[in-house]
Design a protein around this ligand. Structure first.
Ligand code: CU
Length: 110
């Protein structure tokens, strides 16, 4: 019982410590990464031809291979794909080409 309390306390302290560390790191990045944040863009695409989870996986992998893609959401239900990318490293055309190279039909949504 005592051991459990100790573990619980240790865990709480660890969470607090990492929380604070993450906080101060964020502040540093906000100041230093102004340029990187300024070149972040989002593109929403209509993707036709996906039929199963494997299609979603292969698109996710193709996008992960592109430099500058920071996050992506591929939806089988909506036939859509949203990509956040660093415009100084890649562009819409490269993103669309990466998906088209897998034989899906891609169109801009916005
Ligand atoms: Cu499939």
């Amino acid at each position: 019982m005592n051991k459990l309390t100790f573990v619980a306390k240790f865990f709480m302290i660890a969470v607090l410590f990492f929380g604070l560390a993450a906080c101060s790191q964020d502040k540093g990045q906000a100041a230093g990464d102004k340029d990187a944040r300024g070149s972040m863009k989002t593109v929403s695409l209509d993707v036709q031809g996906m039929s199963c989870g494997n299609c979603v996986n292969s698109i996710n992998e193709a996008l992960a291979d592109l430099d500058g893609v920071s996050s992506k959401t591929v939806s089988l239900d909506d036939n859509s794909c949203t990509v956040n990318y660093d415009a100084s490293q890649t562009n819409q055309d490269e993103i669309i080409a990466a998906i088209e190279s897998l034989d899906y039909t891609v169109q801009m949504k916005n």
